[in-house]
Design a protein around this ligand. Structure first.
Ligand code: MN
Length: 446
């Protein structure tokens, strides 16, 4: 299963817009991506100025397309992801793969985008990085942004998680950490790589479970690493044990500039790609970024809150909350107080959460007006509000302490209280027959 097979399927479903005009990798393509961001189509830039390669963008830009890539309805999505996390399957390692068709020395022919005005330079944003621990016992796959320093060097942002630990351990023994940086992958691989599975779980195994055993890997040529055999492009490299540079500034998920930090350098060993490869771009802070990063955490919240209330109907890490900092959760509660337990469970499940609203099942968590209506008519700050001070949150929030990640959090229980008569909270209806509904439907269709 590859990106291009998925693109073929999306072409049939008219989910792709081809842009044939000549456009530049510097700001022009990102501007067009941003213009089509909200619920927009997949974009294929066929004529990239000064490059021979096409660029594809916004592949995972809607929930609908993510579901289509996993052959699952929206109601089955969380369950499917959670099952794959719990039952990873080793993919087959094959001798040869399409990604090895062409070998190059450096990055100079890749149409890497420069996205925002004050970004430090061109950045690779859809890179799935594989590494193995020095003792060979742990394999890890995760998504990282990579700043282009020159045609043989990249700076990699390592958030203190799994790849960071592997690099730290290698560094302590004075060794560089070899990596395979894969670009242009099936959405299932992107989702698996952004999944919060425990240290020690190989996210390629999760991807293979999501693809019903459809993932195949190859050994890299120079790095002691694996990459998907059907990837569009793979950069082999090693994360230096010695060399660090100032990485950033760079726009992250909130649409603001992330601060500059000392980060390690990746030395490029070689580049391999399919003969007619397409370069996959991703707009940081765009819908695709929010979905890939946020959606797997909705699953964590769904699982955690399900343990404290009878039923969780829906979870939305909302677009306005940058797909990361705000959650709206619709639940069925048994007793008053369950709403607050749901809030606490959500905060524990996703430590970056800052504001959470829990609502009843009649509220559409994806409609901000509906959620605001629930807050307006069902919520009393004196009783239904939780504030937590000096807790760890996200360093991506400009209003938090971005070095320590310390922040304040707020939870709103906007579920109907059982202590008041039900009728008071009822949404008023106008009683008409199906024919009038049909009539309205006909007009709305025009
Ligand atoms: Mn991991």
């Amino acid at each position: 299963m590859s990106l291009r097979e998925f693109l073929k399927k999306m072409e049939k479903e008219k989910e792709i817009l081809h842009i044939k005009d000549s456009v530049s990798t510097r700001f022009e393509i990102p501007f067009i991506m941003k213009s089509f961001d909200n619920q927009g189509p997949i974009l294929i830039f066929e004529n990239v100025r000064n490059y021979k390669t096409k660029v594809v963008a916004n592949v995972c830009g809607t929930r609908k397309r993510i579901c289509a890539s996993l052959n699952v309805g929206e109601d089955g999505l969380y369950r499917k992801l959670a099952e794959a996390w719990r039952s990873p399957r080793k993919p087959k390692v094959v001798e040869d793969g399409a990604v090895k068709e062409i070998i190059e020395k450096d990055l100079s022919k890749i149409p890497i985008l420069t996205h925002f005005e004050r970004d430090a330079g061109p950045y690779i944003t859809s890179a799935v990085v594989y590494a193995k621990s020095i003792d060979g016992n742990v394999e890890n796959v995760s998504v990282h942004r990579l700043q282009v320093l020159d045609k043989k060097r990249l700076a990699i942002r390592l958030v203190p998680r799994h790849l960071f630990s592997l690099w730290q351990t290698a560094k302590e023994t004075g060794k560089d950490l070899e990596v395979a940086i894969s670009i242009g992958l099936h959405p299932a691989v992107m989702l698996a790589a952004s999944s919060p599975v425990p240290f020690g779980v190989n996210e390629f195994d999760v991807a293979n479970a999501l693809l019903n055993n459809g993932l195949r890997l190859v050994e890299c040529e120079h790095a002691n690493a694996h990459a998907p055999a059907d990837a569009e492009l793979v950069i082999e490299g090693k994360i230096s044990a010695r060399e660090e540079v100032a990485e950033g500034p760079f726009v992250d998920i909130t649409g603001t500039y992330d601060i500059q930090r000392r980060q390690p350098v990746v030395e490029v060993l070689n580049v391999m790609h399919r003969k007619d490869y397409v370069y996959q771009a991703l707009l940081s802070s765009g819908a695709e970024h929010k979905l890939l990063m946020g959606l797997p955490h909705e699953v964590l919240i769904w699982e955690a809150v399900s343990k404290v209330v009878p039923k969780v109907y829906a979870v939305n890490l909302s677009v306005g909350g940058s797909g990361w900092l705000h959650a709206i959760i619709s639940i069925e509660k048994q007793l008053d107080g369950d709403g607050k337990n749901a809030l606490l469970a959500a905060f524990a499940a996703h430590p970056s959460l800052k504001h959470v609203v829990v609502v009843d099942s009649d509220i559409n968590v994806f409609d901000p007006c509906d959620v605001e209506w629930a807050v307006a008519t069902r919520f009393q700050a004196s009783e239904d509000l939780i504030i937590l001070n000096n807790v760890r949150g996200s360093t991506l929030d400009s209003s938090a302490d971005q070095e320590t990640g310390l922040t304040s959090k707020m939870g709103l229980d906007a579920t109907k209280p059982f202590t008041k008569p039900k009728e008071r909270f009822e949404r008023a209806k106008i009683p008409v027959g199906g024919e009038i509904e049909k009539l309205v439907g006909k007009f709305l269709a025009h």
